[in-house]
Design a binder for this molecule. Structure first.
Ligand SMILES: Cc1cc2nc3c(=O)[nH]c(=O)nc-3n(C[C@H](O)[C@H](O)[C@H](O)COP(=O)(O)OP(=O)(O)OC[C@H]3O[C@@H](n4cnc5c(N)ncnc54)[C@H](O)[C@@H]3O)c2cc1C
Length: 532
């Protein structure tokens, strides 16, 4: 029995009609349609962007949507989060994603939050702004940050035209990527298809190294500069170009997570923090039943509930989400290797030791140090890929005042494949052997505050020509497939916007066909009561 186009008059009559035809329930006026109920699992860039854009698209199209965001952490932002230096709430520092760039359209246009340049704040401190260290010597040093890295690099005779060629290649690659934001590519139902359509397969299918050399960038420039910028991720050609797109690098004052907090606030979503989703099971009429309850680290593990939603968006890497996706679900995301990245934040009154970098005594070390492999050292896979330098980067982020002593100190961030031990830190900061032994092996006078975190940060962006599905089943979407293509705040926010558009378009199409589930709020008519 097809009831499309007919309006019920009474609540009881609607219930009877619904029992008669469970599969296709009806509504022809907007008022008769129940709000679309959407669950988003994860309040990081992907989930927050899905919520924000879906509420915008729904408002523009005139349909109602109820969005619930489940987040197992007690904070919004996921891999974009801060910690407080010296445990002082007024002094946050990025622990995860720290920069975005001019080319990042979604983040760039986010709400006029005050941003700051990544290089400000250290200009008074002695030392070059950037150095690329191969474990033995500096392959490249940029003295000032008044010119962009690229402008400076262009001036360097040693690389000839390579920086200019690289910049052109970077621009072409990023221009192709930009097409993913607009029609006819946007919205895209398949990541594999859109990557093919915007001509990015040559970039994603080659290793970063091959892509660069195939495009005429051979010689020491690749080793000295490109490898230093990109080697954390063992990357493909596309990411190599994205990593080099650092023009106008910036971050939001007091934390990039505020972008995602603002997105959620503006979406009017109900956000349930410290709430973990443990399973997703198909229900009636392509709906889903979500089991959710307090996060694993919460004291109350008993209070689990099942709630049904029309649409579910998994906005977290499935392999770390601890969610059972029912085996009837058409596609389960593939497990891929992620980089285990150790991030160490610390404060110290000491500057980096020139001796550690084999520099002459008295010459200050650069304030940001990226590493590359020494000449003739073969790159290796996994954590061993760090090679002779033993760490990926060290940055002096800003001067800080120790609240206990009132003394000016420096805030550092270290990226490494293993936790830096006290011997490494002692040499890095040029300390004498510790005189007061503490749990961490170094005196509090030398390292006054330290915070360590190991992240499943982002996938090794290996060469590939196919990418994860966006739609795992009808009404079940996945944003984190973007991680296997490029994992950044912007790209994952783009996938959130894309999924929001797919959901909105599909719901509108169903409304137009009259095949959406009927609502109970509006007065409705039975067919027998004759209103057509
Ligand atoms: C150290 C580091 C540095 C980085 N640097 C940069 C950078 O400079 N610039 C940049 O753009 N990107 C950077 N990135 C990458 C960037 O952080 C990520 O690409 C992006 O933040 C991912 O967003 P997301 O929302 O897709 O995933 P996530 O941020 O991981 O969000 C997923 C959320 O889902 C939640 N969740 C998972 N399972 C469940 C469950 N079962 N129930 C409820 N909630 C669940 C998680 O708690 C998490 O909050 C960096 C990442 C790291 C780790």
């Amino acid at each position: 029995m097809k009831l499309t186009g007919v309006v019920c008059l009474t609540f009881a009559a609607c219930q009877a009609a619904a029992r008669e035809d469970e599969q296709v329930v009806f509504a022809s006026s907007e008022n008769a349609v129940a709000p679309l109920s959407v669950a988003i699992i994860g309040a990081g860039a992907g989930g927050a962007s899905t919520a924000y854009h879906l509420s915008k698209f729904a408002a523009a199209s005139g349909f109602a949507v109820n969005i619930t965001v489940f987040e197992r952490n007690d904070y919004i932002g996921g891999r974009s989060t801060t910690v407080d230096v010296y445990d002082d709430l007024t002094s946050p520092v990025e622990l995860g994603a720290s920069i975005f760039v001019k080319a990042n359209h979604i983040l760039e246009s986010a709400f006029n939050l005050s941003t700051r340049s990544m290089v400000s704040g250290t200009s008074e401190i002695p030392g070059a702004s950037l150095g690329v260290f191969d474990g033995i010597a500096f392959a490249f040093v940029q003295e000032t940050n008044s010119l962009t890295w690229w402008e400076s690099a262009k001036a360097l005779w040693k690389w000839g035209l390579a920086p200019i060629r690289c910049n052109a290649l970077r621009k072409t690659t990023v221009d192709r990527f930009d097409k993913m934001y607009d029609e006819p590519q946007f919205p895209f139902a398949s990541l594999t298809q859109v990557v093919t359509d915007v001509d990015l397969l040559d970039a994603t299918s080659a290793t970063g190294e091959n892509y660069i050399s195939e495009n005429g960038l051979t010689g020491s420039f690749g080793h000295d500069v490109i490898q230093a910028s990109t080697r954390l991720r063992h990357i493909n050609g596309l990411l190599a170009m994205v990593c080099m797109s650092t023009d106008g690098a910036k971050s939001v004052e007091n934390g990039n997570w505020q972008i995602f907090d603002e997105m959620l606030a503006r979406s009017n979503a109900t956000t349930q923090l410290s709430t973990e989703v443990s399973s997703v099971t198909p229900g009636k009429d392509s709906t889903y039943l979500l089991r959710h309850g307090p996060s694993a680290d919460s004291p109350d593990l008993t209070n689990h509930e099942d709630t049904s939603f029309d649409v579910v968006v998994l906005a977290a890497p499935h392999q770390f989400a601890n969610i059972t996706l029912d085996h009837h679900i058409a596609h389960i995301p593939e497990k891929i290797p992620y980089v285990q990245l150790h991030v160490t934040l610390l404060t110290s009154p000491h500057l980096l030791s020139p001796a550690f970098f084999n520099m002459p005594p008295g010459k200050p070390a650069p304030k940001t140090i990226l590493t590359t492999l020494p000449p003739n050292e073969e790159p290796q896979q996994g954590a061993a890929g760090v090679g002779t330098p033993g760490f990926f980067s060290v940055s002096l982020l800003r001067p800080v005042t120790n609240p206990k002593t009132g003394v000016q100190e420096y805030l550092y961030k270290i990226f490494s494949p293993e936790p830096p031990n006290s011997t490494f830190l002692t040499h890095l900061l040029g300390l004498k052997q510790p005189h007061h032994h503490t749990e961490r092996g170094i005196s509090e006078e030398d390292i006054s505050w330290i915070y360590r975190k190991v992240w499943d940060s982002y996938p090794y962006e290996v060469s590939r020509v196919t990418f994860e599905e966006i739609q795992l089943d009808e009404n079940l979407y996945y944003t984190s497939g973007m991680d296997g293509f490029i994992s950044t705040m912007e790209t994952n926010a783009l996938m959130g916007m894309n999924v929001a558009r797919l959901i909105a378009d599909r719901w509108q199409a169903k409304m137009a066909k009259g095949t959406v589930r009927g609502g109970m709020e509006a007065p409705t008519l039975l067919p027998s009561e004759g209103v057509m």
